[in-house]
Ligand binder design. Sequence first.
Ligand code: TXA
Ligand code: MG
Length: 342
Amino acid sequence: METKILKPTQVNEAAKLINEGQLVSFPTETVYGLGADATNESAVKQVYQAKGRPSDNPLIVHVADVATVEKYVQPLSDSAKKLMAKFWPGSLTMIFKLKPNALSTAVTGGLDTAAFRCPRNQTTLDLIRISGKPMVGPSANTSGKPSPTTAQHVYHDLHGKIAAIMDDGPTEVGVESTVLDLSTKQPAILRPGAVTKEEIEEIIGVPVDDERHHVGATEVPKAPGMKYKHYAPNAQVYIVDPDDDWQEVNNWIKRNHPTDPIGVMAFSNVLKSVDWNPNVQLISLGENVNDASHNLFRELRDFDENPQYKIIFTQGVEPSGLGEAYMNRLNKSAGQMHFKQL
Ligand code: TXA
Ligand code: MG
């Protein structure tokens, strides 16, 4: 199959493909998604195939309005309504108890809940409205690889496997949405993202559990996606923690790999602070954690285009605010490996 690249002005063509049961990648403010009609079971099954995704890992349903959510779920709580009013369209995904048999098990992975999100991208909101269908949308990457932040990333992973990609340029946030479970007594963050625990607590006035995304290897993960290796480039990533000395990183490189190509991804002030060995490829993550989140997946993907790099040192930050989401993704890319362990 020839994968078409569509412009935002071609949204009608994209909507037609969705209605035919085909797969269309769509832009959001976080990362690109892989869209299919959530009410068409065979289309949803193709999403798993195209990504190589395990079929017990449920999908987010993307909507353009609250009324569509209400069609599928048990009556919304006041907290849910307040969160939607504050953060939609935006980077907050919420999990609700479904009405019986409201959505196919291909969407839910057999759970009695489903995740919903209204993305902040006009082209995609138009696509959902014009097709008239809620749209499943996992990140549009090959399962296990960093999520795509450009249409070119999607093309790289999925060309030939999907009908079209709606290209609306690079995404803004760069890491995926916050996943908040509202199906349990205490709201819980299952995946940190751009909307923080503090921002959620401020709106709903009750404490939010954020322990459940720190699952140990032996526990049963609550968000099924947490158990799979994720965001991993071919090179081994090592996290350089805020209390580590970058000069020591350079010394380690000189001692152990004086001539092999080594990657360093850090804030621009760090890159300038060290007289780096010539074999080090310096990649700036920008000035702050917002920039770093925006750039992380793109830079990890770029290293995969250069397989001679076997080791990448990447800057860690304090895990608060957006730093929580950034460190969650970086930890998975690194398989929890830190410079300190070397
Ligand atoms: O920013 C995003 O959320 C992007 C864009 C495209 O919207 N989408 C995205 O989808 O990241 P995906 O499928 O890559 O991640 C969804 C996460 C997975 O970890 C999945 O296990 C979890 O949400 N999830 C979905 N439905 C769930 C449910 N009913 N209960 C628990 N976890 C659920
Ligand atoms: Mg994903």
